[in-house]
Design a protein. Structure first.
Length: 497
């Protein structure tokens, strides 16, 4: 059993040789997140957690905010364990449901404190409801911050003023942190609402049926909108990856972005309305008793709103990051984009030119070493080395988590040009890539009920199974994907021919 270091809402103490992982980021490749992006994203996430803790948490975090350590210590706090700790404070919520909904499996084997009493949890309900109810204000603030950043960015580019570049860059950083704070807020709200909905369903249905009904209800109805009337004047040339992955548009980080993702983004820009994009599943009508039905519908509606805001917060956050990169490319903070990507925000503001070059050189070496490793996606906290976390073994190698219903037959491929009869497979299949090529089915090694790719597949009616690793030798084989049971059946090439 692993004891989480500094198991607290505060940032735990760190050193260069310590590995930090929330045991949960099964869709994250660390070499895709630069110190610059992390100093904006990570600080925003912690702001979101602190806002929740101030409303209904036991702890009142006062420690240091996240800061860059190294590519071998790239996660200085624990997102999912923090959400679990906050959920512990509320009635009608089972923290284990949060892990099930995100990972499709049990929580990691970690040491936990005893859960508070029912009386304590009911006493926190008022603060929790206040936090849920303030989501709209937080979203409005994030949108307003982005609009100010985009307008300031365009004004700075038009004027060519170094001073205006710096001012606009500060606004873009603020907008990014507001967006990622909102992302954490809405993530907390979505998982708490989902757990409460499952609790209601369990009063009438068995465990498996309750989870399937909840999965069928967990899709969003809307997408991001422009925060600024001038936003279209900014060319957004970075690819959207999975939930927390942001590839920097520099030579150091851009080379880690696969060609398939780049082509997917190009297809999306060229074809904003694919033929099948209008296929959206109907809302699931759940036959509950007269007392439970309205309550369930209200909770599901609230969860749907939170999921929509969660997706839009990523759009806002990535657009703010893009503004930052544009301004740095135009000379903000007196550094070039390549060097800036290897520095945190505080270092950009205060470090000398000599110190910046030293830090950039050191981190460039760390990046090369980290990128060369075959990273285990879940990492135990160990004083030395990388240790893969133990996972629950699945029975019958082709059985995974059914995350989007449907049935598909076709050829297993890593990349597709939109041909018929293709099933896209991979370790971390990107939701935008699915939108671009519209495969018949999707199989991913990592994924969850609330992953971007799962939401996209449910909206488009594409069966999706996660938790199944397809070996390279099976590529090109014929396969059947059952999105209801999670079964993936592969026919050997010799038999298929």
């Amino acid at each position: 059993m692993t004891t989480l270091p500094g198991f607290s809402l505060d940032t735990p103490p760190t050193d260069r040789h310590t590995i930090h992982s929330g045991h949960n980021f099964r869709e994250v490749a660390p070499e895709l997140i630069s110190p610059l992006a992390w100093s904006i994203i990570g600080a925003g996430m912690e702001q979101g957690f602190r806002g929740a803790a101030q409303k209904f948490g036991r702890e009142r975090p006062r420690g240091a905010r996240p800061y860059y350590v190294s590519y071998f210590g790239f996660r200085p706090f624990f997102n999912m364990t923090t959400i679990e700790r906050l959920a512990d404070e509320l009635p009608l919520v089972d923290p284990e449901d949060i892990w099930e909904l995100l990972l499709g499996g049990p929580a990691p084997d970690v040491k936990r404190e005893k859960r508070p009493s029912q009386l304590h949890r009911w006493s926190r309900l008022r603060g929790g409801l206040s936090f849920l109810g303030s989501n709209a204000d937080a979203f409005g603030k994030a949108q307003a911050d982005l609009a100010a950043a985009e307008n300031a960015t365009l004004d700075a580019i038009d004027s060519g003023s170094a001073w205006q570049n710096g001012v606009a860059c500060e606004k873009a950083i603020q907008a990014g942190r507001s967006a990622w704070a909102l992302h954490i807020r809405t993530t907390c709200v979505a998982y708490v609402a989902a757990s409460a909905a499952k609790r209601i369903l369990r009063l009438q249905y068995d465990e498996d049926t309750a989870l399937e009904l909840l999965r069928a209800s967990a899709h969003r109805d809307d997408d991001g909108q422009g925060a600024s009337a001038r936003a279209g004047l900014l060319t957004v040339d970075l690819d959207r990856l999975n939930n927390y992955e942001v590839a920097d548009g520099t030579s150091a980080f851009g080379r880690f972005t696969s060609a398939s993702l780049s082509s997917a983004a190009s297809l999306l820009r060229a074809s904003p309305a694919p033929a099948r994009s209008a296929v959206v599943p109907d809302h699931v009508g759940v036959p509950l008793g007269t007392a439970l039905g309205p309550l369930y519908e209200r909770v599901i509606k609230f969860m749907g709103l939170a999921l929509g805001e969660r997706e839009r917060s990523k759009e806002v956050g990535l657009r703010a990051l893009h503004c930052t990169r544009v301004l740095l490319d135009h000379g903000a903070f007196g550094t070039d984009l390549e060097e800036a990507s290897l520095l945190g925000v505080d270092e950009l503001r205060s470090a000398t030119a000599v110190e910046r070059k030293r830090l950039a050189a050191m981190r460039s070496e760390e990046l090369e070493a980290a990128a060369a490793l075959d990273y285990p996606v879940d990492l135990q906290h160990q004083p030395r080395g990388l240790t893969e976390a133990r996972r629950t073994k699945r029975h019958g190698g082709g059985s995974g988590n059914a995350l989007a219903p449907g049935w598909a037959e076709g050829t297993l491929v890593r990349e597709s040009d939109g041909e018929e009869g293709r099933i896209v497979v991979g370790d971390r299949v990107d939701g935008n890539y699915v939108l671009a090529v519209l495969p018949d089915g999707v199989v991913s090694k990592y994924g969850s009920v609330l992953s971007h790719v799962a939401i996209v597949c449910r909206e488009l009616g594409i069966p999706f199974v996660a938790g199944v690793s397809v070996p390279p030798e099976d590529l090109g084989s014929h396969a059947i994907v059952d999105g209801w049971t999670g079964a993936v059946t592969v026919t050997p090439k010799t038999v298929a021919s």
